[in-house]
Design a protein around this ligand. Structure first.
Ligand SMILES: [Zn+2]
Ligand SMILES: [Zn+2]
Length: 258
């Protein structure tokens, strides 16, 4: 399974920067997990191959360019862009984003070939198919309804926490899997900001370290994501200080294979 954390900011020469401001993971060039930078950082070929987008929750950093992505493709789509999300999140997207005020309600619009956007409801706890991937979604502990995801293909399994604070079911499902290759997990705020992290339901390196004790698998790659750019240097130091083997910070733009 090939996974990229898409870049979300670029310097004046157009080169991707190391900071992560938006969340969008691209899996095997065809499935996007969250849509923060989906309209900003895909190659032309990827733009033509991505038709499935899983939205974990409706926070701006996870959906920022979803409307722009569909807008860009509007005249050329020969099949709808499928937005996979829980009913709660679909309701929030329709109410707060695709509401004719912030952006058009694409789910009601068609081009010459048919519909341009289609919602596909996710039931948590039940495996479902997206393209060639088997996916299980689990409610995690964030300030809005949010799902973590466990994604498998023929040969690999990768878990994504999305935005969350301490949680349980996510770990129970991971621990029941015979093998997990990688865990992509958030670490948003430095240890000195544990109160804000708690209120907004995010991890600090310290609370992440505690949480990882719930993980029963050994030897998997653990990649920290969602580091708030303002505290990036401190977060990297504090994550290293945990001394957890195989824990690294995921680099935007790099291709990872499992
Ligand atoms: Zn969030
Ligand atoms: Zn976020």
């Amino acid at each position: 399974m090939k996974i990229q954390l898409l870049p979300s900011t670029f310097d004046a020469q157009g080169h991707a920067t190391a900071e992560q401001r938006l969340t969008c993971f691209l899996i095997d060039d065809c499935v996007a997990l969250d849509a923060g930078s989906v309209a900003l950082a895909l190659t032309d070929a990827q733009r033509q191959s991505v038709r499935d987008i899983i939205v974990t929750h409706p926070h701006m950093d996870h959906i920022a360019s979803l409307p722009i992505f569909i807008d860009d493709l509007f005249p050329s789509l020969k099949e709808p862009v499928r937005v996979h999300a829980t009913e709660e999140v679909i309701g929030l997207l329709e109410r707060d984003v695709f509401n004719w005020n912030v952006y058009p309600r694409f789910s009601e619009l068609t081009n010459a070939h048919g519909r341009v956007m289609q919602y596909v409801p996710i039931t948590t706890g039940e495996e479902f198919k997206v393209a060639h991937l088997n996916v299980v979604a689990i409610q995690v502990n964030h300030i809005v309804p949010t799902i973590g995801l466990i994604v498998s293909d023929q040969s690999a399994t990768v878990a994504f926490s999305s935005d969350t604070a301490e949680t349980q079911e996510f770990w129970d499902v991971i621990n029941r899997k015979p093998h997990v290759d990688a865990l992509l997990i958030e670490a948003s705020f430095p240890n000195s900001m544990s109160e804000l992290a708690e209120v907004t339901r995010h991890f600090t390196p310290a609370s992440l370290g505690q949480e990882l004790q719930k993980l029963n698998h050994n030897g998997l790659d653990i990649l920290a994501v969602h580091l708030k750019p303002s505290y990036r240097a401190t977060l990297i130091e504090e994550l290293q200080a945990l001394g957890i083997p195989n824990l690294r910070v995921m680099e935007p733009g790099r291709t990872y294979n499992w």
